[in-house]
Design a protein around this ligand. Sequence first.
Ligand SMILES: [Zn+2]
Length: 357
Amino acid sequence: MKLPVTLLPFTNRNLSLPTPASPKHEVLELPENLTVNESHDSLSWFRNYHDYQAHVDYLHRLSDEYPPLTRLFSAGKSFEKRPISGIHLFGKSGPGKKPAIVFLGTIHAREWITSMVTEYIAYSLLRYYDVDKDVEYALNSFDFYIVPVANPDGFVYSQTKNRMWRKNRQTQPGASCIGRDLNRNWDVHWDHKAGASTWPCHNTYRGPKAFDAPETMALATELQAIKERQGIRLFIDWHSFGQLVMHPYGYPCTKHLPPFSATSWLAGELADAMRKVHGTEYRAGAACDLLYPTSGDSADYAFEVLGADYAYTIELRPGLDSGFKEGGFRLPEEQILGTAEEAWEGVRHVVQFIHHY
Ligand SMILES: [Zn+2]
């Protein structure tokens, strides 16, 4: 039996080798009056999954290609001392002067598609900056902070030992199991047991106290600094899978946004824009209504503690109903680019709104 590429055992570096591409997706076309000169096939990166070091190298490559519009940053170190690397994108006015948009990927290790999607958004902002007025407007109006691999230790472990690993790789005295769920460890409603597990072996283990994971602590410190410097307009934590655009609240389920809130309206706009690209159905709604209670999660923290105007958790392909038949967390590589295109279109669309509202 021939295994799909994503199920084959591999060494780290082999992951970044190109495999023969057989794109089944439609490539999003530029409007007729726009042209882009490509010195090489930049899209080839998005035909395969890649290892952690290749992702770090990719951010360097992007930044080297567009030095006046970018700089790299590290939010801090993971438990195993890997950098939590990000790319900061800004327009010609320079860094640190405009409201911020923050995207996190791969906070759950096995959700590899989110590393690719967040990088595709960074790539598209830079590639289309000089040729698409909407993109120029977006980058001239906001600073983007994008962290494609927010949980590097778990990500490496999912690529070398256990493809289904979700948490970080943090040990705990007296506990035989390893790891915190980095989307249950934020200091917002953390002490409510209903939305997370208190058992160290569970996949949603919240940790012995809020922010005891170095990754969440580092990210929260970085976000706090961004908030104080610029304010956060939009925050998205990208996940898979389920095809859902979820606005607060993850916890408690009895708490709801006010009727007609801009935050819930924009979730619908995101879902619609994403659907229009390839016909993929995305549903929008409150996190607790669409999935289950999640206490100590990043989107509630961004919304309630950091005061982000718009904060979402987005679950990418596949959908909830047929998810596992379509690969589940192992979304086939043929779907990377199509998923990235619809996510990018969602972002491109809503950024035009949040400048005005
Ligand atoms: Zn997740």
